[in-house]
Design a protein around this ligand. Structure first.
Ligand SMILES: Nc1nc2c(c(=O)[nH]1)N[C@H]1C(S)=C(S)[C@@H](COP(=O)(O)OP(=O)(O)OC[C@H]3O[C@@H](n4cnc5c(N)ncnc54)[C@H](O)[C@@H]3O)O[C@H]1N2
Ligand code: MOO
Length: 534
């Protein structure tokens, strides 16, 4: 561990944990620029400003790989040290996967609604029916025809096959009902009109209920009880809410105020007509989309399957349980990467721990059936860093070999002869997160059929030193409508990111308070982008 990793005093863990409350606020702020947001007090700069910044001059020359392993010619610009600029690397990761997008759409599958959450629509969601599919009462009350007062009639309707059938007719009474209609209307005033065809019709004291087949047309001057969601009979002028009407002793209904024509009737097709496009291809299937799809008549949705990912954790020094001892440390990436990938919409086939074994890595790469392989560790030039040599051995094409970003400098992206992609994440845990956000996230987004995320920005509240050549990715919390950088952001540390609301992008030269910084959401903090539905 280098000197800049030592950030171990004075942190107020409770304060940092509290910052989690602000999740999603940065994006909301950036999109809506809401001036009225809360005024939570920010902590002092000294409390959070990194006291011991990475020595960038030291790190910038440590990437000691030869030019023969450089990125594919023409893939994207590289800087003078062979590392690709951060934004170019992200764009390339998206592009290479989008080149297979038609293949993704070709692999689209119809899945039942209860298995579609979090997937991406591979075709537009087109209404299969009018919505509503019939003129619908919006209220419990009375369907009336013409001007009042109205003669109250019992409802007459055929029961729909699956609907709750209306009770049989109630014997006539000479009594009255109050506006709540708890008593039956006189059966002597059976609904007039043409004789019905089809199923036998019954009169109902409850009136026309939701789920019943179409009632007889309503004659002028007549009122019939009707429930919210029920079909409105033909020739109905309006629905009067129960609380806005009363009946007199002669069985006539009076409105408290005259209804306007169409009042409290949801007309057929008000929301959409059959064939209307409700959502475009590429939409994320959210709970709301599932509800809309069901309402619009869908049992299944054509969706892009989740990209399948295999995680290969490299390193002989890693323990899967207990306390670190004898130079061995806990594997922090095995437990982190798979759930992170799932939150990005991937299906994780396996997380396999291979140690520092070049043969095992070779076998794993050649046998994998995943769309994307992710390795952790072994990307640098140490004696047991096997990723580059094994990629060369299998004939992989290095599309990205090092990115001008801190942390995460040695991350890489390769295309295997099988056409599968491999992202090599550096072993330092925050560097691995950087690789996830820089290469894996755009690649998975493209493979799963999602649109590119629109970059957004939020103002910085405290200064952040920059790297002379590279982009910095800095965990932040969102306070007082601005980004406050967190300490504990050394490449080997997860303490900052675990308490953060997201990652701020600091370009070369650093940033000052008031500067608008690009913000990267974490999948569980994203407020509009979905992705956490796995
Ligand atoms: N000569 C050079 N040395 C290094 C370079 C370089 O360019 N030239 N780059 C440095 C940078 S920057 C990083 S980041 C790391 C990347 O190293 P590797 O990807 O090869 O990863 P390892 O050497 O295997 O591990 C690095 C570090 O991370 C720890 N680690 C690894 N896996 C895990 C895990 N699953 N959970 C927790 N910690 C893990 C490992 O023990 C090491 O401490 O290389 C620098 N060196
Ligand atoms: O700086 Mo490395 O890229 O330590 O994470």
């Amino acid at each position: 561990m280098s000197g800049h990793d030592r950030e171990d005093e004075g942190i107020d863990g409770v304060e940092d944990a509290l910052a989690l409350v602000g999740r999603g606020a940065a994006r909301a702020h950036a999109r809506h620029q809401d001036p009225g947001r809360g005024t939570e007090r920010s902590r002092g700069a000294a409390d959070r400003e990194p006291r011991d910044q990475p020595d960038h001059r030291d790190q910038s020359d440590r990437h000691g790989r030869g030019g023969s392993r450089g990125p594919a010619a023409g893939a994207a610009p590289v800087d003078r040290r062979g590392a690709m600029p951060w934004s170019a690397a992200r764009a390339l990761a998206s592009r290479v996967a989008r080149a297979t997008e038609s293949g993704q759409l070709a692999r689209a599958r119809r899945v039942p609604l209860d298995r579609a959450l979090g997937l991406i629509l591979a075709e537009p969601l087109t209404a299969l029916t009018d919505l509503p599919s019939f003129d619908t009462s919006a209220m419990d009350g009375w369907a009336v025809s013409g001007p009042g007062p109205w003669s109250v009639h019992a409802a007459s309707a055929a029961s729909a096959a699956s609907a709750v059938s209306a009770e049989s007719a109630v014997p006539g009474t000479s009594g009255t009902s109050d506006a709540s209609g708890t008593q039956a209307a006189p059966s002597t005033q059976a609904t007039p009109g043409k004789p019905s065809k089809g199923p036998a019709r019954k009169t109902s004291p409850a009136g026309i209920l939701a789920g019943q087949a179409e009632a007889e047309p309503l004659p002028d001057g007549v009122a019939v009880r009707i429930a919210t969601g029920a079909r409105v009979p033909a020739d109905t002028t309006a629905v009067i809410r129960t609380e806005h009407a009363r009946t007199d002793s002669t069985g006539h209904l009076h409105a408290v105020r005259q209804p306007t024509p169409g009042q409290d009737i949801r007309s057929r097709g008000q929301e959409c007509r059959s064939g209307d496009r409700l959502l475009p291809t590429g939409s994320l299937v959210t709970p709301a989309v599932l509800g809309l799809a069901a309402a619009a008549g869908y049992d299944e949705l054509l969706t892009v399957p989740r990209p399948r990912v295999e995680v290969l954790v490299l390193g002989d020094e890693l323990l899967t349980g207990g306390l670190p001892h004898d130079g061995l440390i806990r594997d922090a990436l095995g437990p982190m990467i798979a759930p992170w990938l799932r939150a990005l919409g991937a299906e994780v086939l396996a997380t396999r721990r291979l140690g520092d074994d070049a043969e095992a890595l070779h076998r794993a790469l050649t046998a994998s059936e995943a769309d994307l392989i992710l390795t952790t560790g072994g990307t640098a030039a140490g004696p047991v860093d096997h990723v580059h040599p094994v990629l060369a051995r299998v004939g992989a094409e290095l599309l990205v070999d090092g990115v001008a970003v801190r942390p995460g400098h040695p991350m890489l992206l390769a295309r295997l002869p099988s056409g599968r992609h491999l992202v090599g994440l550096p072993g330092n845990p925050l560097a691995a997160v950087s690789g996830l956000l820089t290469l894996a996230e755009p690649l998975l987004r493209a493979l799963s059929g999602r649109a590119r995320s629109a970059p957004y920005h939020a103002p910085l509240r405290e200064p952040v030193p920059g790297h002379p050549h590279d982009t910095r990715l800095v965990p932040f919390v969102y306070r007082d409508e601005g980004l406050v950088p967190l300490r504990f952001h050394g490449p080997a540390m997860l303490r900052g990111i675990a308490a953060s609301d997201g990652i701020a992008v600091v370009t070369q030269g650093g940033a000052r308070p008031g500067d608008e910084l690009e913000v990267l959401d974490l999948p569980w903090t994203a407020s509009v982008d979905g992705g956490c539905f796995t």
